[in-house]
Design a protein around this ligand. Structure first.
Ligand SMILES: N[C@@H](CCC(=O)N[C@@H](CS)C(=O)NCC(=O)O)C(=O)O
Length: 206
């Protein structure tokens, strides 16, 4: 049985869970990380020496790094859907997974953490506003693509949408000023129409 360790409000755990749901996989999720602990136990560290979530165990094959997990599941179970079979189409989608690291670096710690996981009196609002501007500047890149494509990899959802789709849910749901970005907004709306996205990704911020 496919197992995944990770709390449901982790953006990186969401990427793996969303892939599993889109692929219709049966899995067992074990709470781990933050208030649940687990990640510092010798058993967990043996699986994932980073002491981070997510980690999966697929019938004895242990894997960590959320994007690697998404790629693995897509390659194994999603050929022709999450995993485009044409090498150029796959690279086109794949590039957005790597690009998402650039956005996450400017967004998770500088914007999400201060607004959601930091007491209001400790927030540096000027720094948050500056970080938001930088994030909007970065999102202008996929925004252009999404003006002419339904999904980042083309006409259908692929693995290329999963990492950024998880960060953009937080971006869209945070009480911040966002410039109008029609491509991103239409894509987010499209993602919200997917049952798997609503179940796993578009949950209240915490
Ligand atoms: N590059 C790793 C990063 C994993 C990561 O930073 N996970 C965070 C949650 S999003 C974590 O484990 N934080 C500590 C905790 O939850 O206890 C991945 O993509 O899987």
């Amino acid at each position: 049985m496919l197992k995944i360790w990770g709390r449901t409000n982790s953006v990186n755990v969401k990427k793996a869970l969303w892939a599993m749901e889109e692929l219709g996989l049966k899995y067992q999720r074990i709470d781990a990380g933050m208030q649940f602990g687990v990640t510092k136990t010798p058993e967990y560290l043996k699986m994932n020496p980073n002491s981070l979530v997510p980690t999966i165990d697929d019938d004895g094959f242990v894997l960590w790094e959320s994007h690697a997990i998404v790629r693995y599941l897509a390659a194994k179970r999603g050929a022709g859907s999450l995993w485009p079979t044409d090498p150029e189409a796959r690279a086109d989608a794949d590039r957005w997974m790597d690009w998402t690291h650039s956005f996450a670096r400017e967004f998770q710690r500088p914007v999400f953490w201060p607004l959601v996981r930091t007491p209001p009196e400790q927030r540096d609002l000027k720094a948050i506003a500056q970080a938001c501007s930088k994030c909007a500047e970065l999102l202008a890149i996929p925004n252009e693509v999404l003006k002419t494509r339904a999904y980042l990899g083309g006409t259908a959802l692929t693995m290329g949408d999963l990492p950024l789709g998880c960060h953009v849910q937080l971006w869209m749901r945070l009480p911040i000023e966002r410039p109008k970005q029609a491509g991103i907004e239409a894509w987010f709306k499209r993602l919200c129409e997917r049952p798997a996205y609503r179940k796993i990704v578009d949950i209240p911020l915490s």
